[in-house]
Design a protein around this ligand. Structure first.
Ligand code: ZN
Length: 442
């Protein structure tokens, strides 16, 4: 059947200038068994190349990769660069793999070329990338690298440090840099931080730890690390804190005398973090979220969840709640601290929801859920975004303007890198109400 249709098709193609009529078609079908479509036009129709990939990337320690494809007829693969060899470089439809080999390469810059796979009269391109060698650039303990420079006269200084990273982990392109890059990517894709990129200076400060990891309990010094970080602070398993904050601050000062935001990455896959005066996160990918919540506190935001026990223990008062920008002690939308967002297009989620700043009653928050409450959604509400933006802008000596803020705030919906599945979110514990730890340690 396939053959018959093919035949009709190629015949029609040959006669496409005249209108086909049914009689002619039937006739043509009939003579099918007598006369076949000539070879070249069959090839024109049937030739196809199926590729599983459009590019091959050679990491520096890899020199051979298979190229899988399907070509319906005789094929060949060509390239203009002699550092590539192709085996076999031609074949028929039954051969579906060729090995593409790249010569060993010792330069640092990546090199690229193109392969052409020709199948009958059609061809497709495959791009080849061979990675350069990673320079084994060692860092000395206390070295500072400027990652990003602000275009502002007075920048917002972000300092990223690592704990539990050894000398080997601290080489250029090593695990500390990879983890620090990940944290920054996460931070800078969250609103409002993504809208103020030109304000940031970013520094990495390298601290060599004798051992990888972190302590699992404050009393047990099991890992010898630069800043002596530990999980399990205050009996809370996921509460990961820097114990030697004095040493940490000395390292921060190697980068800048005026740090605006200190971020510490602790080299452990175990889920955990903490913050307030600084944001601490382990290398567990979910820890980034807790770090962002803690960064919220660095920007004066308060917790939006209720915790009556905590409130009583630490004698939290309504007067204290009054000073927090993202909660209020009134639910009057004409008076509430975020009244200027109420009724604006795109800000429909903003309102007054009872419960916040550890109070179950008598304190209201702007959204039902959110970054400072329960990560549902994992984004900051409008007044929180504005509070953060104001701090960044005023730090640069600039005047804050609400209209300008709104223009930049258009894309305030949940940041891509923050989207977690409902299952992940359900498994996610509440933020830890222990920001006081760093207030004490300051
Ligand atoms: Zn908190």
């Amino acid at each position: 059947m396939h053959f018959i249709l093919n035949y009709i098709y190629c015949t029609l193609k040959k006669t496409k200038k005249t209108k086909p009529n049914m009689k002619k078609l039937l006739f043509l079908t009939f003579i099918l068994s007598l006369v076949a479509c000539d070879k070249s036009s069959v090839a024109q129709i049937e030739n196809s190349i199926e590729l599983t990939t459009s590019s091959l990337t050679y990491e520096n320690n890899i020199t051979s990769l298979p190229l899988n494809f399907e070509c319906s007829s005789d094929w060949k693969i060509t390239t203009t660069d002699n550092w590539i060899t192709i085996d076999p470089s031609s074949g028929n439809a039954s051969v579906k793999t060729a090995t593409i080999s790249a010569e060993i390469y010792s330069e640092t810059a990546d090199r690229t070329t193109t392969l052409n796979i020709i199948c009958g009269d059609i061809s497709k391109e495959i791009s080849i990338i061979q990675k350069g060698v990673i320079e084994n650039i060692q860092r000395k303990d206390g070295d500072v690298e400027i990652i990003k420079e602000s275009s502002k006269a007075i920048p917002f200084n972000i300092v990223v440090l690592g704990d539990g990273f050894t000398k080997e982990d601290n080489v250029k392109g090593g695990s500390f840099e990879k983890e620090a890059d990940k944290i920054l990517e996460f931070l800078f894709s969250a609103s409002p931080f993504e809208n103020y990129k030109e304000y940031y200076n970013v520094y990495y400060v390298y601290a060599h730890s004798k051992e990888s990891g972190a302590d699992m309990s404050p009393g047990k010094n099991t890992k010898n690390t630069a800043f002596n970080s530990t999980f399990g602070y205050g009996g809370i398993d996921r509460l990961l804190v820097v114990q030697n904050t004095a040493k940490l601050n000395l390292y921060v000062k190697k980068a800048t005398q005026k740090p605006n935001l200190k971020i510490v990455v602790v080299n452990s896959n175990k889920y955990g973090g903490s913050g307030g005066g600084m944001a601490v996160a382990s290398t567990n990918s979910m820890s980034n979220l807790i770090a962002l919540h803690e960064i919220g506190h660095v920007f004066t935001l308060g917790d939006e969840y209720a915790d009556e026990q905590y409130r009583k223990t630490y004698n939290i008062t309504l007067e204290m709640a009054k000073k927090v920008p993202n909660v209020d002690i009134t639910n009057d939308l004409k008076e509430i601290k975020w009244k200027h967002f109420i009724g604006l297009e795109g800000y429909e989620a903003e309102g007054a929801y009872e419960g916040g700043y550890y109070f179950e009653k008598g304190v209201w928050r702007p959204q039902s859920g959110g970054m400072m409450r329960n990560y549902k959604p994992a984004s900051f509400n409008a007044i929180s975004r504005e509070t953060i933006a104001k701090i960044i802008i005023k730090n640069a000596g600039e005047e804050y303007n609400f209209e300008e803020f709104l223009k930049k705030d258009k894309s305030h919906h949940i940041s891509k890198s923050l989207s977690l599945s409902p299952i992940e979110l359900d498994a996610f514990p509440m933020p830890v109400p222990l920001e006081y730890y760093y207030k004490k340690a300051k």
